[in-house]
Every structure is written in C-alpha cells, then in structure tokens.
Write a protein that binds this ligand. Structure first.
Ligand code: C2E
Ligand code: MG
Ligand code: MG
Length: 658
C-alpha cells in the first residue's frame, strides 16, 4: 500500500464533508442545453452549410412555382423575399446572432413559400420539421426559437387572412389559429428530439464522462465569457491536483480510483457556491472558477477549506482512503486570456507540489519565467542527447585497508556548446521533470559499463574496477530500467557484480511499494545496490533493514566535520557499525583532509571517496592513476593522492586532482 493511502478494513468512522454541504448549487433543468457557443471555426462551417442550403431554395422554389402553374413573374416575386435574409447571412461583420437569425428566418420563410405554392398541401408542411432539425446545428437558442415563433405566427396570421394559402383542409381553413397552434405544437414536439440530441452532444463535448463535471473546454468557455463580460476583476481559478491519487490507484485498482474521483467531485460541489464552475481537467486534476470574490484573502480561505475537504478520508466499500491535494491559485486580473489564467493556476499548483504538497500556492510571475526556462532547457537537453553532448567523469573510490583504487563513481556532465561544462545540479532536475532522465540515465549506465569493462582489459594484471552509477527516482519508477541495465551488462561484458547502482533514501521511501520489486529484480541480475547520501534523508532504520542494498554511502556533510568526539563523528561511527552489523559495506563520501581519512580508517569505514583521493575526472586520468598503481610501481602509499592540498571545491573540475 502506498504511504499516502490508508486502509481501515474495520470501517472506522470518518469525517465526511459530503454530509455537510455548505451551499447547494442551482442547476438548470437537466434536459435543456446550456446553449454553449461553438468554436469560431465550427460555427463558420455550419453557418456556411446552412446558408448554402438557403440559397439553393431560391432557384429550386422558383422552378417549383413555375411547375405549379405560377407565372414566372409571380414565382420570382415570391422567391425574391428569400434573397434578403440569404444576403444578410453572408455579412460577417453583423455577428453570429444576426447572421444565424437571418439564415434561420430565411429557411422557415422558404418552407412557408413551399406551402403557399403547393396550395397548403400537408406534405409541404413537413419541410418545417426538416428546417427545425437543421437549425439545431447552430447549438444556440436564438435561431431555434425564432423559427418556432415564426411557424406559429405565420400560420396563424396568414391562415386568418388567406386560409387557402396555408391549409387545404376544410376544418383547418375554418379554424386557422387553432390549427396554427396544433401545427406549432407538433413542430415543438418534433423539436424535443432535436433539443435532446443537442443537449447530449453538448454534454459529451463539455463534460467529463466519469464525474459528470464540466470539462476543460467548458471551463475555458466560461472563463472567456467572464473575462469578456466583466473585465478581469473579482474572479480566481483554483487548480487542484490530488497528491496521492496514483498510489491509491496502484494499490486498490482503477475501479476504486474512479470511485474516489467521483466521491471527491461530489465533495467539491458541496463546498462551493452557485455560479462557481467546477471542472475536471483530466486524471486527478480539477479546476474551480470562483466568481464574485470579495478579495484575495477570501479566495485563499476557500482554497484552504477545499484542502481540508480533500484531506478528510473517503470511504469506498470497506476502504478508507485519504487523498490530499495541492492547490494553485491564479487571479483573473493577473492574466489576459482564459488559457493564461488556467496556465498560471497550474504553475502555482506545481509550486505547491514542489513544496511538499498538501498546500496552497499563489501564482507569481517568476513561476512563469522559471517554466519558460525549464521548457527551453528541456529543448536543449533533447538536442544534447541526440548530439552526444554528455560526458562521464569518474571519481576514484579507494579501499581504506589497501589504499588502492577499487572502483569509481560515474558522474555525468553536460558539455554545453555555449555555457561550457555543466555539472548535474544544473540539469538533472529538468531532465527528471521532463522524463528525459530515462534515456539520459540509460546512456550513463551503458557508457559506465563500457568504460569499466574497457579498463579491465587494459589492466589485466590487477583486480578489475567496479563502477557506481547514480539512479534517479524517476528511473526507478520506469519499467524499462531493469532491461536497460541487463542490456548494458550484456553489451559491455562487464561482470554484474562490478556494477553498483546508487539510490537515495528519499526516492525509495516515497514510492517504497512500487520500487521494491525493481530493486529485487536488479539484485537478481547480480548488480549491487548502494544507499547514497546516507544520513540526509529519513534514515529510517526499518527501511534500511528491508532494502536489498549491499552498501551505504555516508553523506559528505557528516564527513566534513569528522572528529570522533563531535556529533558528526559519533553519527558516522554509529552508521558504520550499524551497516556492518547488517552485513553492508560503507563508503564515506567527501574525504578532503588527511585527518578525515585517518579517522575514517580508525572507524573501519571500508571505502572512501573525496577530493583528497581524487576529483571526478575524465577517463584517461583514471587510466593514468591505474598505470601508476601497477605492481612494479606500487609503494605503501599507492592509490593515495599525490596532491595533499585539494584546493577549491568545484563541481566540475576535470583533472582537478592532478
Ligand atoms: P552524489 O552521487 O552524492 O555524487 C557525489 C558528489 O559529490 C559529486 O558531485 C562529487 O563531485 C562530489 N564530491 C565528491 N567528493 C567530494 C569532496 O571531497 N568534497 C566535495 N565538496 N564534493 C565532493 P557532482 O558530480 O556534482 O554530482 C552531484 C550529484 O548529482 C550526485 O551526488 C548525484 O546525486 C547526481 N548525479 C551525478 N551524476 C548523475 C547521474 O548520472 N545520474 C543521476 N541521476 N544523478 C547524477
Ligand atoms: Mg552518488
Ligand atoms: Mg552521494
């Protein structure tokens, strides 16, 4: 089970926000469409089709009139009326309402002319049903209602003045208004089917199928209307992302995940006012458009209230799940378009997540510039990968008993065409966020294995080196990792036990359940695992016992101030003894002075790594070091650096130990 999702199979009593809805939302009758505007392009397409249909009626009705024994002048006069609305419909500057009303009126007038010309034939009246059906394509009330009103009005008025122009049945002719209403009633009834289909299309296009909430398109449409009608004041968008949805989904299955989303959607609805729009944007993301807000403080208070609502447990079957959420807030007055308001709220939500989740963050312009920088960096990283701009530097790891190099840690660098050699701190986070760490990390494993196997061939007279490669949490969650490692070992011919994969405590603990099978599969390949930067994370001893790791690397922050009598000294000694007791070996990172090295030896650390023993360097420096360590040139200090003053600390310093 994920750390975030709690199961209570005995059915603990839970606080249920849905039991106490604050304010109910007023909804329109379910069967009526909202009357959402079509996008500009779609509206143009449909309007063009309907206007062409109207224009086709002009020659067609003329021919029909002449065919029905009208004189050509008479037929032309009747048909000429149609040219007026058909022409108005062609003028874009009149706007959607006028244009669609014209086409609509034109089409029903055409139906009336057909009825006239046919002498009130009942079959000709069917044309009205066809017109009504076509007019629903506008998905707007105005042309639709106009056509209905016209049918009733025209049949009543003209039926009263000249009944034979509209009806050919004696009882209809005797009671024109009565039959105009009956006629209108039937047209209205026929319209119900059209309205329902319009409603369903709209529902599908503008709502989320799972929760029934409005979707992104609906939200953006509402926001656009709001920005247009009231300017940019007094409204805000809250972007909500569940913190632990993935865990719940993985642990309990998609069915439970879906039910959780539905329950949370209902809970959200119960927390908000009529007029606020709650949308599901997809996955576990929701957005809320708050209108008519008093001030920013009120928006923050609402966001906090929602956090509390999300934080209280949800019961699904016999499970109790706590989801938790992160909320980003953006105010409409800080952006110019609906898309930008939503984007800003999204950026703020990411900020809330970066701060650990379960909190509210407000948009700041810096978030946008940082996102732009990240996006640019991502593009550059992609290019760097395909153009082989990454290089590996290797930092020696020394056995403290023999004082010889027994392995290296492979540390990635980016040979940037403009900025020069960049250290991992400058790009690993961006690579992780974009997912590019997967191909990049794959390359690191392959290259480190290839290089280490090549060293073994170069120095057959000494024990082959091992290599440590850092794995990011994102790689650990990637399904291709085990295959990538197996392939790298196979292709390079490196003995699996010579590859050590370094993981950090934080990454393992956060997704313990998901990562454990991967770690076990890696161990099955025969590679070893090390817990990197030990002491800086949670350092949970119970996890240390459960993890299939072979060694721990003590973080350099402890080694920095290392004296057996200091706190750090006591911590390092305790870690070494604990690791040994659990059958693990220990590497101390960041050894910079002889004093530290002596203390580490006295504490029986197995290995050490640090600037004193060698900075991260390109492969040929390591080859030179190995050459110096050949048996014939071996002295008692073989393997220890010639440089006793390591100089200024630098992340990227090829050849710094020379
Ligand atoms: P790390 O795995 O803890 O690597 C050790 C870091 O400590 C290296 O920094 C190394 O240059 C530095 N270091 C070693 N000895 C000393 C010392 O005596 N004094 C000081 N002040 N620093 C020392 P680097 O190369 O900048 O790497 C930083 C971090 O970037 C690494 O920490 C690792 O977490 C990450 N990283 C590096 N390469 C990769 C990679 O290929 N993949 C992933 N996912 N992360 C990497
Ligand atoms: Mg490391
Ligand atoms: Mg480390």
């Amino acid at each position: 089970m994920g750390a975030a999702a709690q199961v209570d199979s005995v059915g603990a009593k839970t606080a249920r926000a849905e039991d106490a809805p604050e304010r109910r939302r007023v909804r329109r009758p379910w069967f009526l469409p909202e009357g959402r505007l079509l996008s500009g392009e779609l509206w143009q397409q449909r309007h063009r089709g309907l206007t062409i249909l109207l224009w086709i009626h002009v020659p067609a009705l003329f021919v029909y009139g002449v065919f029905r024994d009208a004189t050509p002048q008479d037929a032309a006069l009747q048909v000429a009326i149609l040219v007026v609305p058909a022409t108005i419909a062609l003028v874009p500057m009149l706007g959607r309402n006028v244009q669609s009303a014209s086409t609509s009126l034109g089409l029903v007038i055409a139906a009336s002319i057909l009825v006239h010309m046919s002498g009130g034939s009942i079959e000709a009246h069917f044309q009205f049903f066809v017109v009504i059906a076509f007019l629903t394509l506008y998905q707007a009330w105005l042309p639709f209602l106009l056509a209905l009103a016209y049918v009733i009005g025209e049949h009543g008025v003209l039926g009263a003045i000249d009944p034979r122009a509209v009806y050919n049945n004696p009882s209809d002719i005797a009671h024109p208004w009565k039959f105009a209403l009956i006629h209108g009633g039937f047209v209205l009834a026929a319209s119900v089917a059209n309205v329902l289909s319009w409603r369903l299309t709209e529902q599908e296009a503008l709502h989320d199928g799972l929760t029934g909430l409005p979707n992104r398109a609906f939200l953006l449409d509402s926001l656009t209307k709001l920005l247009g009608s009231r300017g940019r004041r007094n409204s805000a968008v809250l972007y909500v992302d569940l913190d632990n949805f993935k865990n719940a989904n993985d642990a309990f299955g998609h069915q439970v995940g879906d039910e959780l989303l539905i329950a949370l959607a209902r809970r959200l609805e119960g927390q908000l006012r009529a007029g606020d729009v709650i949308a599901r944007l997809g996955g576990d993301e929701f957005a809320i458009l708050l209108t008519d807000t008093e001030d920013r403080a009120q928006v923050h208070a609402t966001a906090k209230r929602l956090l509390t609502a999300f934080g209280s447990p949800v019961r699904i079957n016999d499970l109790t799940i706590v989801a938790g959420a992160s909320i980003g807030v953006a105010f409409t007055e800080d952006a110019d378009t609906a898309e930008n308001v939503l984007r800003d709220a999204d950026l703020a939500m990411y900020e809330a997540k970066r701060d650990g989740g379960g909190r509210v963050a407000e948009y700041r312009p810096q978030l946008h510039s940082a996102a732009v920088r990240r996006a640019e960096l991502e593009v550059e990283l992609r290019a760097a990968l395909s153009e082989d701009q990454f290089v590996l530097h290797y930092q020696p790891i020394v056995d403290l008993r023999t004082e010889r190099i027994v392995g290296t840690e492979a540390l990635v660098r980016w040979q940037h065409p403009v900025h020069g050699l960049l250290g991992p701190d400058e790009f690993i986070t961006a690579a992780e966020m974009s997912g590019l760490i997967v191909p990049l990390g794959g390359w690191v494993v392959r290259e480190a294995c290839r290089q280490t196997a090549a060293w073994a061939l170069l120095t057959p007279d000494r024990a082959p080196l091992s290599v440590a490669v850092n794995l990011s949490p994102v790689q650990l969650l990637d399904r291709t990792l085990v295959g990538t490692v197996a392939e790298a070992l196979h292709d390079s011919g490196l003995e699996p036990s010579r590859l050590c994969l370094e993981i950090t405590e934080g990454s393992v603990i956060k997704d313990f359940d998901a990562i454990m099978p991967t770690l076990c599969a890696l161990r099955t390949l025969g590679v070893s695992l090390a817990l990197d930067d030990f002491g800086t994370g949670y350092s949970s001893l119970s996890y240390l016992k459960e993890l299939p790791v072979n060694s721990v690397k003590i973080d350099r922050s402890f080694v920095h101030d290392l004296d057996a009598s200091t706190h750090n000294g006591k911590i390092v000694l305790a870690i070494i003894e604990l690791a040994h007791a659990l059958g693990m070996s220990v590497t101390a990172e960041g050894a910079e002075t002889n004093g530290q090295l002596d203390t580490l030896k006295a504490m029986r650390s197995d290995h050490a790594q640090g600037y004193l023993l060698g900075r991260p360097v390109e492969h040929w420096h390591i080859e030179r070091r190995l050459d110096e360590q050949r048996p014939q040139s071996c002295s008692t200090t073989a393997g220890l650096p010639t440089q006793r003053n390591p100089g200024r600390e630098s992340v990227v310093s090829p050849g710094g130990n020379r």
